[in-house]
Write a protein that binds this ligand. Structure first.
Ligand code: SF4
Ligand code: SF4
Length: 687
């Protein structure tokens, strides 16, 4: 398009603008490298994290979660807008990069993308539509952020001002990039058409097409000015944006691909306090857990950098929902603010020796139930549980444990269970089977399967009924099993998540020794917490572990268990997914399949089910913790069940059962809601 002078050949007041076209990228890149070096510094000083395993799976996660934006549509409106902006931005980034070179060499094009090459023509159509979609998506997103914003974007007063202005500002920057690129192109096309009659194809309905039509009546001198001005506006905005990204929440534009690549691949487990140390070395550490800012691992700091402030984690977090002091989004945002403050862009790095107190409050950290809803939801692979546990380790190491949790912890240390009952009483519940005794596996008496009972199901009167029902089901299914009796200790699932690392390791060592001595080939448990610990936190165990619901579902399929029709046709059952069975271990179908195998059973699903299940508050020693909250999680869950039209909540976890039964009483719903454990329901319907 010779009819207009390219910016590279244009002079203003005798100054060749090519100098500006060279200066803007040079200054922009130098500034960006400087800022990024400052941002990388805390990552280098942070603790190690092992995130380089299973590279093929990590690449797959990048393709699925980052490139294909897999989790975005979980929030449909925001998700679709984000996908449009993301893909449009990716396509336009190529054009913006080419424009940098075009400022010096007007005919520059990447190989295959020349103006008259087929690749270039296709690309031009794609980028023109992409730019148009992005522009309109930005407009809608700005109105949504600025005026009709969902509640999850709000910021409670104690956490300072909201980030809506920054969000809208960035949307405006992106819109400026789209507009300037379209005007730059269309001004040249219009000038060519006016001066030479030469026509250039512009994709109909795009911004470039629209501006070309508008410019057809514009004098060529004005088009020349628009052409040059929009080029430099685009160039400047592009580099300004690049340098602006690492300064706030839009850092995720740069870091998200790395954060997703390094995200947690295994679920259910907890990172060790320090990677690569033996139990003995961990025991001899001077300090355990996160106390200083530098005690976080580099992945945790990368998490801080990557938060897009979308509020989805908080929206799903049960602690935030019931008004506990914890809102996960602000753990990440305040973590980032602290890193920015102590690693400033100019000036010296300063230390932050008390993460709890200076950055976070202890109440926030104890409020987490480790349910995993936040991690399931975050579209950028940001993690919370490991950080919470690491900070709890630090608090426990400093002796800063909440009052209500001190006693159960002492009992755990002394007696191996939080209820403070002696090991001899652990198997008292088997007395009702005296006619046909339950085997105690001591190495001499052996069995194919170990029924790992765990503490709550051994000592709590109500839970013992579930344990006894489990025995009857296992027998009916023809499974050769036994228990460890007094040699079983707490699985330690809550102990580990509470931050009592050394105690957990002692419990684990003992249990592994006893399980191996028993000679079993498989383990079954009715407690998802025990299931999770044995499966994910006992890496040296190497014996398959199943939850009773998996055994039951399989036994129904093989015909080993037969069920009779539903006892009461008026009852509507709804299944509540326990976090440590569902989200942490992906067991969603087995319990549902088994329940639905009861002939004529009536069931209903709650809105929040499967991977969006709502925690009952049983995790992480929460049965003993009394946090500040507006409503109990269990109470809210029971209301959700009622809303789903259910009259019976089926749980598959003793901790859930405690909370559900309690919640039914608290909400005065005894006349219209009851709770039953999965094994009790199955036992009731054994044919
Ligand atoms: S693990 Fe659960 S309770 Fe803890 S921050 Fe995440 S969503 Fe909230
Ligand atoms: S942690 Fe993830 S889900 Fe939560 S606000 Fe940040 S980006 Fe959104």
């Amino acid at each position: 398009m010779e009819s207009i002078i390219a910016p590279a050949h244009y002079s203003l007041l005798g100054i060749p603008l090519v100098l500006l076209a060279i200066a803007i990228p040079l200054v922009g890149i130098a500034l960006w490298v400087y800022i990024m070096a400052k941002r990388v510094a805390p990552l280098v000083r942070a603790r190690a994290d092992e995130r380089f395993d299973n590279i093929p799976k990590r690449i797959l996660m990048v393709v699925k979660i980052w490139l294909l934006q897999w989790r975005q549509p979980r929030y449909m409106m925001a998700g679709v807008l984000h996908i449009i902006i993301f893909f449009g931005f990716l396509s336009l980034a190529l054009r913006s990069s080419m424009l940098v070179f075009i400022g010096v060499a007007p005919n520059f094009a990447l190989p295959g993308l020349g103006e008259h090459q087929i690749g270039g023509m296709i690309y031009n159509v794609i980028k023109d539509y992409a730019g148009t979609f992005v522009f309109f998506a930005c407009m809608i997103a700005s109105v949504r952020r600025g005026i009709f914003r969902p509640e999850r974007y709000e910021v409670p007063e104690r956490f300072g001002k909201n980030h809506n202005a920054e969000a809208v500002f960035v949307l405006m920057i992106i819109s400026t990039l789209m507009l300037s690129e379209s005007m730059y192109e269309s001004s040249a096309v219009a000038a060519a058409a006016i001066t030479t009659g030469e026509t250039h194809f512009l994709a109909p309905g795009t911004l470039a097409w629209f501006f070309r039509n508008v410019f057809m009546d514009t004098p060529v001198e004005k088009l020349q000015a628009i052409h040059v001005a929009t080029y430099f506006i685009h160039d400047f905005t592009f580099f300004f944006f690049l340098c602006f990204l690492p300064l706030g929440k839009h850092f995720h534009v740069i870091t998200s691909i790395f954060n997703v690549f390094f995200m947690r691949l295994r679920r259910g487990n907890i990172k060790p306090p320090v990677y690569g140390l033996t139990d003995e070395e961990i025991e001899n550490l001077d300090s355990i857990g996160v106390k200083k800012l530098d005690d976080f691992t580099w992945k945790h700091i990368l998490d801080f950098y990557t938060c897009a402030d979308c509020g989805r984690c908080a929206d799903q977090c049960p602690a935030a929902t019931v008004g506990r002091p914890l809102i996960p989004r602000f753990i990440t945002i305040r973590g980032r603010d602290a890193i920015f403050k102590h690693y400033p862009l100019s000036g010296d790095i300063t230390s932050c020796d008390n993460v709890i107190g200076d950055v976070f409050e202890a109440d926030e950290i104890w409020s987490c139930t480790t349910c995993g809803a936040c991690e399931e939801e975050c579209p950028l692979g940001i993690e919370y549980i490991d950080k919470m546990v690491d900070m709890r380790r630090g608090l426990v190491d400093n002796g800063e444990v909440p009052q209500t949790l001190q006693k159960p912890l002492q009992q755990l240390s002394k007696k191996g269970n939080a209820w403070g009952k002696g090991p001899k009483k652990r198997a008292d519940w088997i007395k009702i089977f005296d006619d046909e005794p339950v085997k105690i596996l001591d190495g001499e008496t052996t069995a194919d399967t170990l029924f790992f009972v765990d503490s709550i199901s051994s000592y709590d009167d109500r839970m013992q009924k579930i344990t006894q029902a489990t025995v009857r089901i296992l027998r009916k299914a023809g499974i050769d099993f036994g228990i460890l009796g007094k040699e079983e200790k707490d699985s330690g699932n809550e102990v580990l998540r509470f931050g009592e690392e050394l105690l957990f390791r002692a419990l684990r060592e003992h249990n592994i020794e006893m399980i191996k001595k028993s000679g079993v080939k498989r383990i079954v448990t009715a407690d998802p917490h025990a299931f999770n610990a044995l499966k994910n936190d006992y890496p040296d165990l190497d014996i398959p572990v199943e939850h009773i619901s998996q055994v039951v579902a399989r036994s129904i399929k093989t015909g080993a268990l037969k069920l009779k029709p539903a006892e009461d046709a008026s009852k509507v059952y709804t299944y509540h997914d326990p976090c440590y069975l569902g989200r942490h271990n992906g067991v969603y179908d087995a319990p549902r399949d088994a329940i639905n195998s009861i002939p004529q059973v009536r069931t209903s699903e709650m809105m929040r089910s499967k991977d969006r299940s709502f925690c009952c508050s049983g995790g992480g020693l929460m049965l003993f913790y009394e946090p500040e909250e507006e409503e109990r999680m269990g109470a809210l869950r029971v209301k959700m069940a009622a809303k789903a039209g259910a009259s019976v909540i089926v749980t598959a976890c003793p901790f859930c059962m405690v909370n559900m039964e309690d919640a039914i009483k608290v909400t005065n719903m005894e006349d219209r809601m009851e709770a039953i454990d999965f094994v009790e329901l199955i036992e009731q319907h054994l044919a």
